[in-house]
Structure formats: structure tokens, C-alpha cells
Design a protein around this ligand. Structure first.
Ligand code: NAP
Length: 256
């Protein structure tokens, strides 16, 4: 089944093989999409080259710190030159200074608040704006969120506030880009053991808590996020935009 045959996509946020971005990229690639990848800084270059290289030697792999407008412009210039168009974009990027994810939210510094929102929320706006002119026959943008956007999750702190901004940005982008047949949605994933997740205080307790309390009595698997990522960019989701889709083994419905 080649749901995405002939589609061109770009993936932001692969750090290593545990990354949610990698699970979704694999699903998109298996469905026939041709993908470009970005990495932040030299440290991750090798990882991304090793993983994405498996998709063929000519896979586009480009540097991009999403807080840098010139790097974003360079990425989309290259993608435009090489692909000629774009159909899919995955935003799986987030960051907050570590001390902001440990103590009390009330102590969040102005700088930690700014950084968390710049990297984790504003970047979606910047990437969508740069991608839209290349989405000539419409497109689909997917961003990764978490339940801490909606409810208080201890330790998630400023990242929850940034995810709320990401989800609201998704709705406003969906409104602006809808007439261009570009859909914008979020996947709100249950906890997955990744590099970014390990920066959140008490993350192992979070995994145990979900296992005990989610209706399905387990945690979500990366390949399940890949499958949802594929669904959201496929024609099966053609009338879905501006939504936050919970992929968390049902945890979000629980009141107690
Ligand atoms: P991950 O593998 O660590 O991926 C996070 C990525 O964001 C890394 O590649 C990281 O690069 C990148 N990044 C951070 N700052 C950046 C910047 N300024 N420019 C470009 N890239 C930058 O962790 P993940 O868990 O898969 O995270 C992917 C997304 O899923 C995030 O939005 C996260 O909030 C979301 N999410 C995760 C979970 C979970 O439990 N894991 C649950 C719900 C939602 P560096 O390593 O260089 O910083």
C-alpha cells in the first residue's frame, strides 16, 4: 500500500532511533514518501545521517536550529530546489532549560519561558510560513504535543504552557492555511522514553502512572505514533484540521 506515493516531506526533530520523529518518518517512508531531514548542530549530524541514510544515499539532510530564521530559510530554499514541492511536514521539536522542568512553575524565569516558547511553539509558525509556498497541491503539517498543555502535570511546567501555545498556534495556522488546502494538526502523545522525555523530572513515574491508569493499561508505542502520523497526512484524514488527537492509550479521558 503506497498511501504517500509521490509525496515529498520534511521531518524536524530526529535525534536518535528512539525519537518520535523517527517513528513517524519510518511510517511515512514505508508509505512511499520521499523525505528530507534536519538536525540541530554537529552533535546530531552523524546520528541523523546514519538513520536517514538507510532511506537512500541521496536523502536530503540539512542543518536547522529552529530558532534561527536564516537556517529555516536555507532549509526551505534547498528543499524547493531539490524537491520542487512539499506535501508533508513533521514538527517534533521541543526544548526548555532543565531547571525549568524540575522546580516549581512559579519560579520559571523570563528567559526559560522565552526559550521554551521560541523553540517549542513559535517554531511551528515559522516552519509553516516557510513551507506553505512549497505546498503547491495542498499539504499536511503535524506537530507533537502533550497533555500538559491542558492539565497540570507536575514537573512539566513551562513546557505545558508552551504546548498550550503550540496547540493554539495549530488552530490559527489551520484557519490561515485551510484555503490553500494545507491541514495542520497535533498528535498529543502519551509518554515515550526519548532523550527529551528524560529531561523531565519524574519521567519514569509518569510511565508507571500511565500504565496503571490509562484504560488500555499500557504506554503508547512509538510505532503506534508512526501509524497515527501516517493517518493524519493521508487522505483518510482529508477533512481533519486544527485538531489535537490524543494517542495515549486513553489516558486523557480519565477524571480519576
Ligand atoms: P527527542 O528524540 O529528544 O527529539 C526532540 C528533538 O528536538 C531533538 O532532535 C532536539 O535536538 C530537537 N530540538 C531541540 N531544540 C531544537 C532547536 N532549537 N532546533 C531544532 N531542533 C531542536 O524527543 P521526542 O520525545 O521524540 O520529542 C519530539 C516531540 O514530541 C517534542 O515536541 C516533544 O515535546 C513531543 N512529545 C514527546 C513525548 C514523550 O514522552 N517523549 C510526549 C508527547 C510529546 P537536540 O537533541 O539537539 O536538542
Amino acid at each position: 500500500m503506497s498511501l504517500l506515493a509521490g509525496k515529498m516531506g520534511i521531518v524536524f526533530g530526529v535525534a536518535n532511533k528512539r525519537s518520535i520523529a523517527w517513528a513517524i518518518a519510518q511510517a511515512w517512508h514505508s508509505a512511499g514518501a520521499k523525505l528530507a531531514f534536519t538536525y540541530q548542530g554537529q552533535r546530531l549530524k552523524e546520528n541523523v545521517e546514519e538513520l536517514a541514510g538507510a532511506f537512500g544515499p541521496d536523502t536530503l539532510i540539512l542543518p536547522c536550529d529552529v530558532t534561527k530564521d536564516d537556517e529555516i530559510a536555507a532549509v526551505f530554499k534547498t528543499v524547493g530546489d531539490k524537491f520542487g514541492k512539499l506535501n508533508l511536514l513533521l514538527h517534533a521539536v521541543a526544548f526548555a532549560p532543565k531547571d525549568a522542568l524540575e522546580g516549581e512553575f512559579v519560579n520559571t524565569s523570563r528567559e526559560a519561558f522565552r526559550i521554551a516558547h521560541d523553540v517549542s511553539a513559535y517554531s511551528l509558525v515559522a516552519l509553516a510560513r516557510a513551507a506553505a509556498p512549497l505546498m503547491l497541491d495542498g499539504g499536511s503539517i503535524v506537530a507533537m504535543s502533550y497533555y500538559g498543555a491542558e492539565k497540570v502535570v507536575p514537573h512539566y511546567n513551562v513546557m505545558g504552557v508552551a504546548k498550550a501555545s503550540l496547540e493554539a498556534s495549530t488552530r490559527y495556522l489551520a484557519y490561515d492555511l485551510g484555503p490553500k488546502k494545507i491541514r495542520v494538526n497535533c498528535i498529543s502523545a502519551g509518554p515515550v522514553n526519548t532523550l527529551a522525555a528524560r529531561g523531565i523530572g519524574g519521567f519514569n513515574e509518569m510511565l508507571k502512572h500511565y500504565e496503571a491508569h490509562a484504560p488500555l493499561k499500557r504506554n503508547v508505542l512509538p510505532e503506534e505514533l508512526g501509524a497515527t502520523g501516517l493517518f493524519l497526512v493521508s487522505d483518510g484524514a482529508a477533512a481533519i484540521t486544527g485538531q489535537v488527537l490524543y494517542v495515549d492509550c486513553g489516558y486523557q479521558i480519565m477524571g480519576m
